[in-house]
Design a protein around this ligand. Structure first.
Ligand SMILES: CC(C)(COP(=O)(O)OP(=O)(O)OC[C@H]1O[C@@H](n2cnc3c(N)ncnc32)[C@H](O)[C@@H]1OP(=O)(O)O)[C@@H](O)C(=O)NCCC(=O)NCCS
Length: 141
């Protein structure tokens, strides 16, 4: 399979990106809002197969000190092929100059990050925005 990686927002089909969020169960995120959010990111990667977006990841940062990896998501039929770990490694390189690089693992995905060298924080906190967040982030990932 020929997987291509791109780091630009040019020619991204935001309907495809929006569909990935929905398919993986993160709910409906309208294409125009997804596009606006990604345009606030300093770094991003898209994985393409036959010109279709099959996975992505991006960062949120203050330009100097703090940076987060967010929205790392691969279409289910393309998971397990090394795409997620490749994108994560690329974003780690982009964020090398920052003092602090963090992320919040989705429930059940902590093992993926730990395998790739990330350390689970014992003192991270979240201000809950919903009952789902209370449920998902107060036990274990
Ligand atoms: C989590 C996710 C990004 C991983 O991407 P992927 O492309 O499937 O992962 P890779 O193929 O690069 O896997 C790398 C390694 O992590 C392992 N791994 C994947 N998911 C794992 C999990 N939930 N727990 C433990 N290990 C996991 C793989 O087995 C593989 O191990 P190996 O190198 O020994 O074979 C992907 O499954 C996904 O998009 N899930 C839905 C969205 C999501 O939850 N994203 C995480 C946001 S925090």
């Amino acid at each position: 399979m020929n997987i291509q990686y791109r780091n630009t927002l040019e020619e991204v089909d935001w309907n495809q990106v929006s569909a990935i969020f929905e398919v993986i169960g993160w709910g409906k995120r309208p294409p125009e809002k997804v596009k606006a959010a990604f345009h606030k990111s300093s770094f991003m990667r898209f994985a393409y197969v036959d010109d279709k977006v099959v996975g992505m990841g991006r960062t949120v940062d203050d330009g100097l000190y703090y940076a987060w990896v967010v929205d790392l998501a691969i279409l289910p039929e393309y998971q397990g092929l090394g795409i997620g770990s490749f994108i994560l490694k690329e974003l780690e390189k982009d964020l090398a100059p920052f003092t602090s690089t963090m992320l919040t693992a989705a429930p059940g995905k902590g093992g993926f990050y730990e395998k790739l060298g990330w350390l689970k924080q014992s003192n991270a906190y979240i201000w809950p925005r919903s009952e789902n967040q209370k449920r998902d982030f107060t036990n274990h990932c």
